[in-house]
Design a binder for this molecule. Structure first.
Ligand code: ATP
Ligand code: MG
Length: 183
């Protein structure tokens, strides 16, 4: 499975529609301080359904909407689309491609998230189920953020076990068991 591209529209510092295409292999994003490298990482977590705006370095979801330079009107939405190629053997090329979009749309009390998979609106739980099937776990260490290494070093034994369980994919089953007990 590979990420083919990220499309940012009005997200954080990306006021212009920007498509970032990833080639196969290892990708490094370089640039001067403040040029938006980490914002690209934030857009990846955002589109995959991160729940807390703090994880993407924003106090509120609305802070993810691009703030234009003074004098320009602020648009009241942003969106990110990720294109994943599952590279599933035996499937025709067009069926291997999955596109997930998350939009922020302005609402009476701020902003709300709208998700879609391959152009069809869906719930966050549908995105989460899909990511689970693709073995992409937002809260495990598929994504190593700034400060994470320090946190791992400082973890207690129990915390470290929980981390390993989440990486091994056991955590998802625990959540399903807890939900089944509630129902
Ligand atoms: P460093 O090398 O220091 O880690 P970086 O390339 O990772 O820098 P980012 O943290 O991605 O930089 O980008 C920071 C920039 O993004 C800041 O200039 C900040 O003002 C800008 N920014 C963040 N949110 C918004 C927003 N909503 N609208 C416009 N600009 C924004
Ligand atoms: Mg950075």
């Amino acid at each position: 499975m590979i990420i083919e591209s990220l499309e940012l529209d009005n997200f954080k510092s990306f006021g212009k529609k920007t498509k970032i295409v990833f080639k196969k292999g290892f990708t490094v994003i370089s640039g001067p301080n403040g040029s938006g490298k980490s914002n690209i990482g934030d857009s990846l977590l955002f589109v995959l359904g991160v729940r807390s705006s703090k994880t993407v370095r924003a106090d509120r979801l609305g802070d993810l909407v691009h703030n234009p330079p003074s004098g320009k009107k602020k648009k009241d939405y942003c969106s990110v689309t990720i294109t994943i190629n599952t590279e599933e053997i035996g499937k025709p090329e067009e069926e291997r491609i999955i596109r997930i979009t998350r939009e922020l749309l302005s609402d009476l009390d701020g902003y709300r998230s709208v998700y879609s998979i391959n152009g069809t609106r869906c719930k966050l739980s549908d995105v989460e189920r899909l990511l689970d099937a693709l073995h992409i776990y937002l809260d495990s260490y598929s994504f190593v953020l700034q400060g994470d290494i320090n946190n791992i070093i400082k973890m207690t034994g129990v915390e470290r076990r929980k981390l390993l369980e989440s990486i091994a994919g056991i955590e998802g089953y625990d959540i399903q068991i807890a939900k089944a007990k509630d129902d």
